[in-house]
Design a protein around this ligand. Structure first.
Ligand SMILES: O=c1ccn([C@@H]2O[C@H](COP(=O)(O)O)[C@@H](O)[C@H]2O)c(=O)[nH]1
Ligand SMILES: [Zn+2]
Ligand SMILES: [Zn+2]
Length: 241
């Protein structure tokens, strides 16, 4: 299994694009989140939306779903097929009614199902999305009263959505055999709706050693060499796990 980030930046980062990922199995490509910068990043990789076999969504913020309108329109009107969309049962209505409907509703296209082959996921229920790609969605805390989900992939790789610091979860995942953690990281404190670098630096070394930092601000250069045992994830680089 390989992962390649379409971007590694925070919601307002301009240098690093939105934190969205491509996962490659032997036979399929799964996109995890499709933010505003995803279409441009895919283009820069020489790829198109038609290369994506399934899209998985963590939560409803523009840096995670802002590219979905273009994805839906290109697939319908250029590639003429419905891509698979994995979305949490608690997010699906909001995704259409509060976010996508304004741009996508038109004659003959009235629902999310008119653009995507929608498959629902449930919290803490493991699902096989594609051969060799299993996820367990874990609800993690982000914006008050707004659902957001991180994902444990193939029982060994944890991908945080935007989440507040949850050391108990991270330590439990490591105890259960998680070897790699891609975690959002905000440099400035307090975190408010994200985990800060200071919070991650408070983790024991055996946890930090498994953590790669993403969703960071444009001033990343100021923090290079100051991240304890953790390294930064880099845009477009291929990582095997
Ligand atoms: O309660 C809050 C506090 C801050 N925000 C801001 O919005 C962005 C949302 O984008 P993310 O992708 O979740 O980062 C967040 O960074 C804060 O700057 C908020 O929405 N609600
Ligand atoms: Zn975000
Ligand atoms: Zn968010």
């Amino acid at each position: 299994m390989k992962v390649q980030m379409l971007g590694t930046g925070s919601a307002f980062a301009k240098k690093y694009y939105n934190t969205n990922a491509l996962f490659y199995t032997d036979s399929h490509t799964i996109m995890l989140d499709c933010g505003i910068t995803a279409p441009l990043s895919l283009h820069q990789l020489g790829k198109s939306f038609n290369d994506i076999d399934a899209l998985l969504i963590s939560h409803i913020h523009a840096d995670h779903i802002g590219g979905m309108e273009e994805f839906a329109l290109q697939m319908s009107f250029i590639f003429r097929r419905k891509p698979v969309l994995y979305v949490m049962d608690s997010l699906v209505d909001q995704l259409w009614n509060s976010s996508l409907k304004g741009g996508l509703k038109q004659e003959m296209f009235n629902t999310l199902d008119d653009y995507f082959e929608v498959r629902l996921l449930s919290e803490d229920v493991s699902a096989k999305l594609m051969p060799g790609f299993h996820v367990r969605p874990i609800r993690t805390s982000h914006i008050p009263n707004k659902s957001s989900y991180s994902f444990l992939i193939n029982e060994t790789f944890f991908y945080s959505a935007d989440m507040k610091f949850d050391p108990a979860l991270l330590e439990a995942l490591v105890q259960e055999g998680c070897t790699t953690i891609f975690h959002d990281c905000q440099f400035a404190s307090p975190g408010m709706v994200h985990t800060t670098l200071d919070e991650l630096m408070s983790l024991p070394s055996y946890v930090q050693e498994r953590i790669m930092l993403m969703h960071y601000d444009d001033n990343k250069v100021d923090y290079e060499g100051q991240t304890g045992f953790m390294k930064f994830v880099e845009q477009h680089r291929l990582y095997s796990f």
